[in-house]
Every structure is written in structure tokens, then in C-alpha cells.
Design a protein around this ligand. Structure first.
Ligand code: SAH
Length: 221
């Protein structure tokens, strides 16, 4: 780690505390989630040039036209995933910077994550290694297909928005499991949805409006 990043590391505890105060004011209530956000170095997942903005409650570019999600979304989606207790594993679709997977890995025993852009995946893995998060398993593939070999999942979190919920992800959800997913178009409105699988059906709840990059079909790169 170079001096620049270390410097930010030393001063960032105060700014991280301020971010947590803000998330609390915006309605995040789960103390375990807030504590993980308070102690996870988001600046490590962002390019040096933008690292000074790491503890603002905003999405930031991470290259390849992608973004690290807004801390509020990370906190809210994590809170929803663990609301009924801690699942033994979670599938994340859209590794991106790896920040969301790092937050999940500090709460959930096993985190499986898939990303279609290999360049992003390589950087995310480096951050996970530096933070000694050995319970994150990351794969380069099209996440619309999930990660069938490790299914079923009691929890699935999708961090890019499809226009419709992919069938494969529904199939890979355990009975009793929950999936949190933004649905909609990039230009139009996107809504965060919570899908719960029961014995015989999928129950869908529509939550707040959100803004995510699109879940792209097909090719990986
Ligand atoms: N969870 C990330 C958010 C990254 S933005 C973070 O904490 O930084 C969403 C990511 O989803 C992007 O990196 C994008 O490349 C990825 N993505 C988009 N479509 C995908 C697909 N079909 N399969 C896997 N990843 C996809």
C-alpha cells in the first residue's frame, strides 16, 4: 500500500464515522451492518484519484463504465438480506469493486460473487486478499445464470439492474430464501424488489426507487 492510501487510512476513521451517522439518519437501523460499514475501508476499492471521496454517500466510477454502489444501497440491501437472521451463504451478482462482497463477508460465512468483466474481478480479488477475507469466492461469468454448482442459496443479492428477474436466479433461491434485486431500465425507473421463495410460489415486495448500472446479458470480457 502506498503512502497516499495510508494517509487516507489514518484520517478516514472520522469520515467513516460521519458516513455511519448519515446512514443512520437515512434510516439504516441494523447495528451490525453499521459497524461493518464503519470498519470497512471503502477507499481501498476505489482509484487513488477518487479515494478522498470514498466516505461520501455516493456511487463512484471504478472504470469500464461501472460504479461502486452508493453506501446507502450497500447498507440497505445488506440489512434486508440479514433481516430474518444470518444466512450461511449468499450469492452476489455483479462483484464490481468488491466492496459489497467485503461487507457481506464480514457478516455471512460464505460469499459467492460473479462478475462479467475480468479486469474488475482481478482488482476486487486483490482487495479481498489484502483484507484477508478468505470466505469470498469470486468467479468470472455471466451472473444472469447465477452460480448453479453452489446453489441453492438462502440469499441472493443482485447489484446491477435487469429489466426482468432472471429465471435462473429464481431457481437457485432456496425455499424460504430471499433475493434483493433492482429491476427496471437505466433510463426509466428502477425499483428495488425483495423476492421470497415459499413452498409453492415467489412472493414479491416492491421497495424504494434505486439507480444501478444495467445487468448485461450474454458476453463476458
Ligand atoms: N457490488 C458492486 C457494484 C458494482 S456495479 C460493488 O460493490 O462495487 C455492478 C456490476 O455488475 C458491474 O461491475 C458490472 O460489470 C456487473 N455486471 C453487469 N452485468 C453482469 C452480468 N450479467 N453478470 C455479472 N456481472 C454483471
Amino acid at each position: 500500500m502506498n503512502k497516499h492510501i495510508q494517509g487516507i487510512g489514518m484520517t478516514s476513521q472520522r469520515t467513516r464515522d460521519r458516513l455511519v451517522d448519515r446512514l443512520r439518519a437515512e434510516g439504516i437501523q441494523n447495528e451490525r451492518v453499521l459497524e461493518v460499514i464503519r470498519t470497512t475501508p471503502r477507499h481501498m476499492f476505489i482509484d487513488e484519484a477518487l479515494a478522498h471521496r470514498a466516505y461520501e454517500d455516493t456511487a463512484l466510477p471504478i472504470g469500464q463504465g461501472q460504479t461502486i454502489s452508493q453506501p446507502y444501497s450497500v447498507a440497505r440491501m445488506t440489512e434486508i438480506i440479514i433481516e430474518n437472521g444470518i444466512p450461511d451463504k449468499v450469492l452476489e451478482v455483479g462483484t464490481g469493486s468488491g466492496y459489497q462482497s467485503a461487507v457481506l463477508a464480514r457478516l455471512i460465512p460464505k460469499v459467492y460473487t460473479v462478475e462479467r468483466i475480468n479486469g474488475l474481478l482481478i482488482k476486487a480479488r486483490e482487495c479481498h486478499r489484502a483484507l484477508r477475507l478468505n470466505n469470498i469466492f469470486a468467479k468470472h461469468s455471466d451472473g444472469s445464470w447465477g452460480w448453479p454448482e453452489k446453489a441453492p442459496y438462502p440469499a441472493i443479492m443482485v447489484t446491477a439492474a435487469p429489466e426482468h428477474v432472471p429465471e435462473s436466479l429464481l431457481e437457485q433461491l432456496s425455499v424460504g430464501g430471499r433475493m434483493v434485486i433492482p429491476v427496471g431500465t437505466v433510463s426509466g425507473a428502477q425499483k428495488l424488489k425483495l423476492i421470497t421463495r415459499t413452498d409453492s410460489a415467489y412472493e414479491e415486495q416492491t421497495l424504494n426507487a434505486v439507480k444501478f448500472v444495467p445487468l448485461l446479458d450474454g458476453s463476458i470480457r
